[in-house]
Design a protein around this ligand. Sequence first.
Ligand SMILES: Nc1ncnc2c1ncn2[C@@H]1O[C@H](COP(=O)(O)OP(=O)(O)O)[C@@H](O)[C@H]1O
Ligand SMILES: [Mg+2]
Length: 270
Amino acid sequence: MSTLLSVSGVSKEFTIGSRRVRALDDVSFAVEKGECLAIVGESGSGKSTIANIILGIYAASAGSLNFDGQSLPAKRTKGHRRAIQLVQQNPLSSLNPRRSIGASLQLALDVHCIGEASARTARVGELLEEVGLPADFARRAPAALSGGQRQRVAIARALACQSELVVLDEPTSALDVLVQARVLRLLKELKERRGLTYVFITHDLSVVRNIADRVAVFEKGRLVEINGTEAIFADPHHPYTRRLIGAVPVVSREEAALRDRLMERENGNA
Ligand SMILES: Nc1ncnc2c1ncn2[C@@H]1O[C@H](COP(=O)(O)OP(=O)(O)O)[C@@H](O)[C@H]1O
Ligand SMILES: [Mg+2]
């Protein structure tokens, strides 16, 4: 395996009025090509901040990032913006409500893809089908779609061109439990088919078990533990990880059991 992304000694401070918040404190980790690294931690632990730094939306206060063996500059090249994509929790906030689904996807293709304009138009329908939606959804407005369908569109947009690393910030947290299972399954399939690498941020440990190869645990801006998913659950080292794993699940036991059954059934059919 080779390393796709490495984060070295990254810190981030925010200044709010006269108050300074240290959102990240000397964080280092690597993401291997083709893996899914989950980032877990309570609200406010710095998960979205590291996502925004990987995306180049925020600049780090200290430290550096490497992508595919090269230093990742604060001001990203077009190639980096294409290769590193984001899927957020709430797709409504990332899709322009006045633009049709097709127009939003077309825009992503125009910005990030090379090739003939006519070929890009045909790509819109293919992309929708790749995320399990009918091609004629291109004509619809975001408001006419369900939460799960909108998240599929957001995934299609992130994958419009040759993406390599997808940062998913709580991508299924706003969805109900059955829709979550289907979107997770789609994400797994796409990862295999496209050879993608994921940084998957979630506070839902049943999602982690389902999709992650390794887990990085954040506490108050620090990375306190990183290990293989099975090892993290079987033998958590840091007291915070133990607390997190012992904590009350976000979804009820019944919901989690229901989702596990659905996952099994869908995986069985695949
Ligand atoms: N744009 C910002 N301006 C000021 N403070 C911020 C900003 N973004 C995040 N923070 C602060 O940084 C800390 C980490 O936030 P965040 O990365 O959003 O945590 P998480 O995603 O784990 O819930 C919090 O204390 C939050 O209030
Ligand atoms: Mg967050």
